[in-house]
Design a protein around this ligand. Structure first.
Ligand code: G2I
Length: 455
């Protein structure tokens, strides 16, 4: 079929034109990713007095990941880059590269940074955890670490998670390097030292499973109360909020309020809501309701000042590697399309929803190769948050194109009207999956890309 008379150069030119047309067709027919018209979460949050944040990985802050991180969020938390094990892997040898990069990105995008985290039992360098230290040595190590790290970023960090995860589930203190070596007052020591190193930074204690009223959150409450009574600097509590689908604590708002009433700020610091994989439209709808409920609880309490998700995309989440079979915990899918959860946050912040929040299937038409009399076309049907057991795709040719042959579908053409339906073996398009079919057609004059309808 290919005409040997068409020059190689002409065919290259036609192929380039065809690929330009392909891009246009994909953008219009497949639409789900951008929603550029929606107000960014950071602007919706600002109107409610909330800073909306995300944890980030420094090396990923380019391309689509960087665009979303920079436009949707008003606060960044380094997911790992500021932990002791990251910044001082060998005693006295520092690596600030990723932390510096995130802070610079935040400054360039007019974002706050939540520093995470200074004093923790996990992700400490081996030299620290494997050493044997006297109490005096441990105290010096702790204070020097805070002086060095907080001092380095002085004036550039809105809030520090000074102490991370100090409690057991029953509200007793967790047995850690710090607690065992220094007693519970390691917490007051760290806070006091951090205040001295950067008086402008808000100082937080951060923990998980403290979102509802329970033994652990009550221990945190009593600690904050006593620190305030003693005059130890404490500005806020971080509720991490690593939640499970359908299990937002009913006492979340009440719990936020009781901390606010103590005279400290509250932040949702690490929100994600995991589900058993695979996701489907029912689970994604529940997840939207859960994200909306957590956001609404923060909106309802003036002192809930920051609402941060622990990674904004399912491709950058700790969940799947930690909980086998669980995942899909963040507001964007792994291809950076906003999930219903994104719209749950948006709606609770007063935003309006543009696309169907429960998912859809779409068809995208593209021209593959094109020569002087003919071309090869492709249609891909993709589903996200929905599925199909059979399909039919139709379009109308605007310039006399005529289908001559199709594969992986049965196509009929009557005048300009084309209708293609699934073959016996490819009617099923699962949630998150896609099916393609192809065809050859003739053209002359021009070959405009038609608008396709999936029905
Ligand atoms: O575990 C979830 C979070 C609970 N609250 C405190 C947060 O700091 C914590 O974050 C996670 C990071 O999201 C993970 O990315 O902390 C984990 C460690 O406890 C991080 O995982 C570690 C892996 O365990 C390492 O193998 C890996 O080298 O991430 C490192 C960097 O990718």
């Amino acid at each position: 079929m290919r005409s040997s008379s068409s020059s190689f150069r002409a065919r290259i030119a036609a192929a380039l034109l065809a690929s330009a047309a392909t891009v246009g067709a994909l953008l219009t027919a497949a639409a789900p990713a951008a929603h550029a018209a929606d107000t960014p979460l950071r602007d919706l949050g600002a109107a409610k007095g909330k800073v909306i944040g995300t944890a980030v990985t420094g090396s990923k802050l380019t391309g689509t990941y960087g665009d979303i991180a920079g436009t949707q969020f008003g606060s960044l938390t380094p997911g790992n880059a500021m932990k002791w094990g990251s910044v001082e892997p060998t005693q006295g040898t520092f690596n600030w590269a990723e932390a510096d990069q995130i802070v610079a990105f935040a400054q360039a995008h007019n974002q706050q940074v939540r520093g995470h985290t200074l004093v923790w039992h996990s992700q400490n360098p081996g030299w620290l955890t494997n050493g044997s230290w006297t109490s005096a040595q441990l105290s010096t190590l702790l204070q020097n670490h805070i002086d060095t790290e907080v001092g380095r970023y002085k004036g550039r960090i809105a809030a520090w998670d000074v102490v991370n995860e100090p409690f057991n589930e029953d509200g007793t203190y967790r047995s850690t390097l710090w607690y065992n070596g220094l007693g519970a007052d390691y917490i007051a020591t760290a806070l006091t030292r951090a205040r001295a190193a950067d008086p402008a930074a808000k100082l937080y204690i951060n923990d998980y499973n403290v979102e509802g009223v329970n033994a652990k959150s009550t221990a945190l409450y009593n600690l904050v109360k006593s620190l305030k009574e003693r005059g130890v600097p404490i500005d806020g509590v971080g509720l991490q909020a690593h939640l499970i689908l359908g299990q937002v604590p009913s006492t979340l708002q009440q719990n936020i309020q009781r901390f606010a009433d103590l005279g400290v700020d509250v932040a949702i610091t690490e929100l994600d809501i995991r589900m058993t994989l695979p996701s489907d439209s029912t689970k994604l709808a529940q997840q939207k309701a859960d994200y909306k409920a957590v956001t609404a609880a923060c909106v309802a309490v003036a002192r809930c000042v920051n609402f941060t998700v622990w990674g904004f995309t399912d491709s950058d989440s700790w969940v799947e590697s930690t909980f086998p079979g669980q995942g899909a915990a963040t507001p964007y899918d792994a291809n950076y399309a906003p999930k219903p959860a994104y719209y749950g946050i948006s709606e609770a912040l007063g935003g309006t929803t543009t696309p169907p929040p429960t998912g859809a299937c779409t068809a995208a038409y593209s021209v593959g190769s094109q020569w002087n009399t003919g071309f090869t076309g492709n249609v891909t049907i993709s589903c996200s948050g929905a599925s199909l057991s059979s399909w039919r795709v139709s379009w109308t040719y605007g310039a006399g194109q005529q289908i001559t042959q199709a594969w992986n579908a049965t196509c009929t053409q009557s005048g300009a009207a084309v209708s293609c339906q699934n073959a016996s073996y490819n009617g099923t398009v699962p949630d998150g999956g896609s099916v393609s079919f192809g065809f050859n057609a003739s053209w002359s004059g021009s070959n405009p890309v038609p608008t396709v309808t999936l029905g």
